[in-house]
Design a protein around this ligand. Sequence first.
Ligand SMILES: Cc1cc2nc3c(=O)[nH]c(=O)nc-3n(C[C@H](O)[C@H](O)[C@H](O)COP(=O)(O)OP(=O)(O)OC[C@H]3O[C@@H](n4cnc5c(N)ncnc54)[C@H](O)[C@@H]3O)c2cc1C
Length: 456
Amino acid sequence: MANGESYDCIVIGTGPGGYETAIRAAQLGMDTAVVEKDKLGGVCLNVGCIPTKALLRSAEVMADAQHLDDFGLELNGEVTPNFEKVVERSRGASNQMNQGVQYLMNKNDIDVLYGHGTLLGDGEVQVEPSTNMDGEEIGEEQTAEAEHIIIATGARPNEIPPLPIDEENVVSYRGAMLQTDQPDRLAVVGAGAIGVEFAYFYQNMGTDVTLVEVMDRIVPAEDPDVSAQLRESFEEAGIDVMTGAEVQGFEEDGEALSVEIETGDGTEHVETDQILSAVGVAPNVEDLGLDAVGVELDDTGHIATDEFYRTGADGLYAIGDVSGAPWLAHKASHEGILCVEKIAGEDVRPFSMTDVPACTYCQPQIASVQIPVPGQRQGRRRGPPRGLRQDDLRREVRRAPRCAHHRPQRHRDDRGGRQRAHPRDDRSRDDGVDAPAPDALGGGHGGEPRGLRPAD
Ligand SMILES: Cc1cc2nc3c(=O)[nH]c(=O)nc-3n(C[C@H](O)[C@H](O)[C@H](O)COP(=O)(O)OP(=O)(O)OC[C@H]3O[C@@H](n4cnc5c(N)ncnc54)[C@H](O)[C@@H]3O)c2cc1C
């Protein structure tokens, strides 16, 4: 038996998956608690979506400031970044959002149990004190129990053997957004959404960036046309882009680092001051007691669930990054909401991963709703929409002329395109759209949960 409180629902982790889940559970009348070993808001609010978007906004302003006459403006002087202040502004955005989650927990009568949560079995969770990202000791030893426990423990930076992360020579996304010393040169390894966003940010702050990608194109989860457009813009901005390039390791060379990179043409060495390892994320499945309670992992190492986020173990569920791709905040929130609505007996239907909008916030920004890339598996449960095979889809590229849309027109770079995929027999129904363009994502921070709809 637990020595602490008994709840209807306990959510472990308070990222956008966990806190939205807890709020919905409370709204549905469940007595709810969350367990959090760090700061409320998870990766997204503290070291992910929110602080990077604040950094990127500074980078956008900086980029526009270099071309003021394109806007009919004149500057009598020079605009230079104050890197420390740029980072400070981003931390301010995180802190504000973090306090917002605390407010929402209070407002919805959700108990916050600070500390590291471990599953004990029979609906019990052990909570032990932990240290948060600010170095503060938080929480107290206690146990709590619930009929329904939702694991929303998220993910952390992935690490590869040639690039052990020490947050000095080799930084993860955490180090890259928290450091206040700006490197003169930065090698960004990995050109997925996180890699290209940081490449854009640092280049516009005045760092010389080399972007290294092992696949044959950057943003490889997007359509090849999108990759090509982004590469063109990056190279125009001065970013050195290497594709089909695999990092083998690096050596310290005095103050500098020499990165050894295998390309199709042989071995190259890139001299840099720092390396950002942006090679994906790894699920937080350790130290949770999963084995003891019979929760199994899938073949990608994420927690295996059915379409309503039930693990094989009674009363245990998993949502968000810990349960697999796509690793996006709005997908995590939506899964959590469906999970508790199903628990509460609401009439919910599973949604298709093909309907999850994806978003990348460098410039040009990339908005896409799954256009299946021929022959490419894009992550768990992705692929052609339910009931359709790849061959059933007809892919059409419809490029908007440069002047056709007001958003690109508002910017200096008025390139942009739009393509759509639709079932061969139904031209009226779009099953995929992408738009690489300035301001493609409008003011949103990470796609829109409203964009999700049940399969079919
Ligand atoms: C640099 C960066 C930029 C991003 N930008 C975007 C974007 O623009 N749009 C977008 O949609 N997505 C973006 N993402 C992805 C997004 O942040 C994640 O998909 C999202 O945070 C996942 O939410 P989650 O709730 O599953 O987990 P997380 O946000 O990772 O939260 C998990 C929480 O669980 C806690 N926890 C873990 N283990 C335990 C334990 N045992 N006990 C107690 N607490 C525990 C952690 O401390 C953490 O607070 C970005 C990610 C990064 C890294």
